[in-house]
Design a protein. Structure first.
Length: 372
């Protein structure tokens, strides 16, 4: 195999590959990227057996062929090469070495046989549809903060993507929760998506997927089966196993009867919470919200480190209420708001609180209160 490729193009493909590769591997070949050159394109394939990413790039292919080489080492080398360099990769197939040449730099890396590289079995996808990158980015970006990190409740370690009913009809919905907070984000249902099975997309996959979604107008081809999900652009294909488990009935957690309504400038609110939380003890990080007519007082009382208080003007017309929250959860939810105003709906100091952006019900957040 012999190929010539521009540094920036190569770096993009190799960095995608190395981010999928697991740092600690019992199987040496899983640390490698499979490079396949044929025609006028080169494919870079990497996997951790749960996720597989394939990056297709144009290159000058002098001699077709394939080999596997350490993804991390190759990424480091290419990253350190000068901008605009033309990189030549050569593998003669007999020496077990891949030569990398760029200008006056020359590297030789050990390879492993391409036959040993595991390729993810293709599955029959029961639903195939396409969605704009901007739509998918909103669905996953706004929900991923609530993914649980507790390994014991593995079925919460991802974003539940499914078709659901909303007031205006069927929607494509993403939900994530860790038991303390919940995010539920809706988008218009894409054509041909109505038969899609509900799947839990793992946290790592959500992180990798984000890299495909930067171009707002790009159409992403989405394929879903009971066991796998695939997201593809013309250049990159990301295939992942889904979490084998049942996502809990989240609708029971979303409060319906919360009538005490507070409207507040989201950015001001987030900054104020951040300021008063500075003195709170790291473990609980509890912030107390005291609500009165058009007035909110945020306070923290940490006996071992100090106290803080800040007042904010809000729109609130119901009876007095005192309620406490984990500052980190409040900050994460407030930072999801794209519009100016965040609307909080309370019931009592012991009940879950609902938050949405203005009158928009397509993004709804729930946060559990804390005793303060």
């Amino acid at each position: 195999m012999k190929i010539s490729i521009e540094r920036a193009t190569l770096l993009k493909a190799v960095s995608h590959a190395q981010s999928v590769v697991e740092r600690r591997n019992t199987i040496p070949i899983l640390a490698n990227v499979l490079i396949e050159a044929e025609g006028a394109e080169v494919r870079f394939r990497a996997t951790d057996l749960d996720i597989e990413v394939v990056d297709k790039v144009e290159a000058m292919v002098e001699r077709a062929g394939a080999t596997t080489v350490s993804a991390t080492t190759l990424n480091e080398i290419v990253r350190k090469l000068p901008d605009g360099a033309q990189v030549t990769l050569t593998d003669d197939g007999t020496s077990g070495r891949l030569t990398i040449e760029a200008g006056r730099s020359n590297f030789s890396l050990a390879t492993l046989p391409k036959e040993d590289f595991p390729v993810m079995a293709t599955s029959e996808y029961s639903a195939n549809f396409s969605a704009k990158a901007s739509v998918l980015r909103r669905l996953f970006d706004k929900s991923k903060f609530a993914i649980s990190t507790e390994e014991t409740r593995y079925y919460l370690n991802g974003v539940y993507m499914h078709v659901s009913e909303s007031e205006g009809g069927k929607v494509l919905r993403c939900v994530a929760t860790d038991g303390h907070r919940l995010a539920r984000i809706d988008a218009d249902l894409p054509e041909n998506a109505s038969d899609m099975p509900g799947v839990i997309v793992p946290r790592k996959t959500v992180g990798e997927l984000r890299k495909l979604l930067d171009d707002d107008d790009m159409q992403i081809a989405v394929s879903v089966s009971e066991t796998k999900v695939r997201f593809a652009t013309p250049e990159i294909t990301l295939t992942s196993k889904v979490i084998d488990g049942t996502f809990p009935d989240y609708t029971r957690v979303i409060p319906q009867g919360n009538t005490r309504k507070m409207e507040v400038d989201a950015a001001d609110f987030a900054k104020a919470v951040d300021r008063v939380a500075t003195v709170s003890s790291e473990r609980s990080r509890a912030v107390k919200l005291s609500l009165d007519e058009d007035r909110l007082v945020l306070s923290v009382n940490a006996p071992d480190s100090g106290a803080a208080e800040e007042e904010l003007a809000v729109a609130y017309g119901d009876e007095r209420l005192e309620i406490g929250f984990n500052a980190k959860y409040l900050l994460e939810i407030a930072s999801q708001v794209d519009r100016e105003n965040a609307v909080f709906l309370f019931n009592s100091s012991g009940d879950p609180t609902l938050m949405r952006e203005g009158n928009d019900t397509s993004a709804v957040y729930v946060v559990m209160p804390m005793r303060v």
